[in-house]
Write a protein that binds this ligand. Structure first.
Ligand code: GLN
Length: 492
C-alpha cells in the first residue's frame, strides 16, 4: 500500500488488528517518507529507525500472538522535550545537544506500554520558549502549507511532522499555547488538557505551574486515541491529579452540540491585530456550530488585557528557577578551558543558551529579585487568580468558550518579530494555562494565502471529553481537518 499515511488512527488500528498490513509496513512507510520529504520540512531533530523497527516487530509479534492493545503498532513522534531513554533529548537547545536521557518521561513510557512505535524526536523552540520554532538550536522547521512560513511554536516540529504526514500523530506540550497555536498554523487538531491530567514527569521543565502535555493530530478522533494513552495519575508528578480518566474515544459522541452554550467573549473579537480572515473563518465556524444546534452567548472576560503581562512575568520567573540546573557541571554543554568555577558557569550558560532563553532568564530573575518580588511576581500571581475567577464566572453561564487560537495565520520564516510583537500573538492562548483549563484547536478554513486558520474552544476543568466530542461532531459535518498540504500528497 502506498497511502498508509492517509489512514486515520482508527483505520490504522483496524488494519493492524485484521492483519491487512503490519506495524513494520507502516513504520517503514513513515521512515521512507521522513527520508524523502523531511529535508524540506525539517521537522525531526532525531530519527530512530532501528529502534522504531524493533518496536514495530515486537508489536507485530504481539498482534499475532494476541494480547495487543488498541494502539499496538501505530507510530508516533515525540516532541524533543520528552525524555527518551538512550535517545538524545535536547529541548531544542545547544546546552542539551549532548544529553542522552537515562530514563523515559511518563508520557513516553505510557506510549510504549500502549504499544506505540516511536519514529523519533521532533523540533521545537528552545526550551519551548517561542511561537515559531525558529529559536531551536537546530534551525527552523517549515510549515508544510507554505515552506517559507513557520509552523508555529513551540511544538512546531510536532505540527509540521503531522501536517506533512511524517507521523500520524505526535505529542506536544503547551505552557502558553504551544499545542494550540502550531496546530492552528498547520491545520491540525490539538488538545491542551487540564493542568494535572497528564504527567509532567520527564518533560524538560519550562514553567512548571503552566506546563501540560497533550496530543496533536489531524482530527479530534485521532487526538482522543493518543489522549487515552497519555492521560492519568502519576505518583512521580505531585501535581498530577488522581482522578478517573475518561475513555476519550468512547466519549466522542458523548456531548450534544444541540443546546450547547458557547460563550463568545466580547473582548476577544475586538483585539487590535486580529486578522480579518482569521476573524471571518472563526465566525463562520461558530455559525456552523449554531446551525448544528449550539447557542451562542456573548460573554465578558474583563481580564483580557492582563493575560500577556501576567504570563510574561510568571513564565520567565519559573523558567529562571528551572533553568538554573544547567550549570555546565552535571550534564549538558560545558564551555572549553574554564579558568575557574565562575567562568565555567558563566560561559557554559552564555554559550549554551540562545538569546530568547537568556532574555527570559534575565526577566524572570529580575521579577524574583528581593526588591521587585512583591511588585512583579506576587502581583502577577494575584492577577492570575483574577483571570481564573473571570473564567469560572463565565462558566456559570456557558459550557464552552470560543476564541481564535491566534490572531494571525503563520508568519514568514525570518519575519523577525520583536519580542513584544511575538508575545502579543499569544493573547488567545495564555489565559488557559494561567487558569489551568483545557482547550482545543480545530482547523476551520484558510486565509487568502491558503494558510490554515484555527478555532479554539476552552472548556471548564476536566472537560477534555466534551471538547473532543464537540470538535468531533463538527468534523463529522465539515472537511477542513481532511485537507492536506501539497507536500503531504507527495509519495515516498
Ligand atoms: N509562545 C509562548 C511562549 O513563548 C508559549 C510557549 C509554550 O506554550 N511553550 O512562552
Amino acid at each position: 500500500m502506498t497511502d498508509l499515511h492517509r489512514l486515520s488512527i482508527r483505520e490504522m488500528t483496524e488494519g493492524l488488528a485484521s492483519a491487512q498490513f503490519s506495524s513494520r509496513e507502516i513504520t517503514e512507510h513513515y521512515l521512507k517518507r521522513i527520508e524523502k520529504i523531511d529535508a524540506q520540512v525539517k521537522s525531526y531533530v532525531t530519527v530512530t529507525p532501528e529502534q522504531a523497527l524493533a518496536e514495530a516487530d515486537a508489536a507485530d509479534a504481539l498482534l499475532k500472538a494476541g494480547g495487543a492493545n488498541v494502539l499496538t503498532g501505530v507510530p508516533l513522534a515525540h516532541k524533543d522535550i520528552f525524555c527518551t531513554q538512550g535517545v538524545k533529548t535536547t529541548a531544542g537547545s545547544k546546552i542539551l545537544d549532548n544529553f542522552i536521557s537515562p530514563y523515559d518521561a511518563t508520557v513516553v513510557a505510557k506510549a510504549k506500554a500502549a504499544g506505540l512505535v516511536t519514529l523519533g524526536k521532533v523540533n521545537m523552540d528552545e526550551f519551548a520558549m517561542g511561537s515559531t520554532s525558529e529559536s531551536s538550536y537546530f534551525g527552523a522547521t517549515a510549515n508544510p502549507w507554505a515552506l517559507d512560513h513557520v509552523p508555529g511554536g513551540s511544538s512546531g516540529g510536532s505540527a509540521a511532522a503531522v501536517a506533512a504526514d511524517l507521523a500520524p500523530f505526535a505529542t506536544g506540550t503547551d505552557t502558553g499555547g504551544s499545542i494550540r497555536q502550531p496546530a492552528s498554523f498547520c491545520g491540525l487538531t490539538g488538545l491542551k488538557p487540564t493542568y494535572g491530567r497528564v504527567s509532567r514527569f520527564g518533560i524538560i521543565a519550562y514553567a512548571s505551574s503552566l506546563d501540560q502535555a497533550g496530543p496533536m493530530a489531524r482530527s479530534a478522533e485521532d487526538c482522543a486515541y493518543l489522549m487515552n494513552a497519555m492521560a492519568g495519575h502519576d505518583a512521580k508528578d505531585s501535581t498530577s491529579v488522581n482522578k478517573d480518566v475518561d475513555n476519550y474515544v468512547a466519549n466522542l459522541n458523548g456531548t450534544s452540540v444541540k443546546g450547547l452554550r458557547i460563550g463568545i467573549p466580547k473582548q476577544y473579537f475586538n483585539v487590535a491585530g486580529l486578522d480579518a480572515d482569521v476573524k471571518a473563518r472563526v465566525e463562520e465556524s461558530l455559525k456552523k456550530l449554531e446551525d448544528m444546534g449550539a447557542i451562542l452567548v456573548e460573554i465578558d472576560l474583563n481580564m483580557t488585557e492582563s493575560y500577556v503581562p501576567t504570563y510574561y512575568l510568571i513564565a520567565p520567573a519559573e523558567a529562571s528557577s528551572n533553568l538554573s540546573r544547567y550549570d555546565g557541571v552535571r550534564y549538558g554543554y560545558r564551555c572549553e578551558n574554564p579558568v575557574d568555577l565562575m567562568d565555567l558557569y558563566k560561559r557554559s550558560r552564555s554559550e549554551g543558551f540562545g538569546p530568547e532563553v537568556q532574555r527570559r532568564i534575565l526577566i524572570g530573575t529580575y521579577a524574583l529579585s528581593a526588591g521587585y518580588y512583591d511588585a512583579y511576581y506576587v502581583k502577577a500571581q494575584k492577577v492570575r487568580r483574577l483571570i481564573q475567577q473571570d473564567f469560572l464566572k463565565a462558566f456559570e453561564a456557558v459550557d464552552v468558550i470560543a476564541a481564535p487560537s491566534a490572531p494571525t495565520t503563520a508568519y514568514k520564516i525570518g519575519a523577525n518579530l520583536s519580542p513584544t510583537e511575538m508575545y502579543l500573538g499569544d493573547i488567545y492562548t495564555l489565559a488557559v494555562n494561567l487558569a489551568g483549563l483545557p482547550a482545543i484547536n480545530a482547523p476551520v478554513g484558510f486565509d487568502k494565502d491558503n494558510l490554515p486558520v484555527g478555532l479554539q474552544l476552552i472548556g471548564n476543568y476536566w472537560s477534555e471529553s466534551q471538547l473532543l466530542s464537540v470538535v468531533h461532531q463538527y468534523q463529522q459535518t465539515t472537511d477542513w481537518h481532511t485537507k492536506r498540504a501539497a507536500i503531504a500528497e507527495e509519495n515516498a
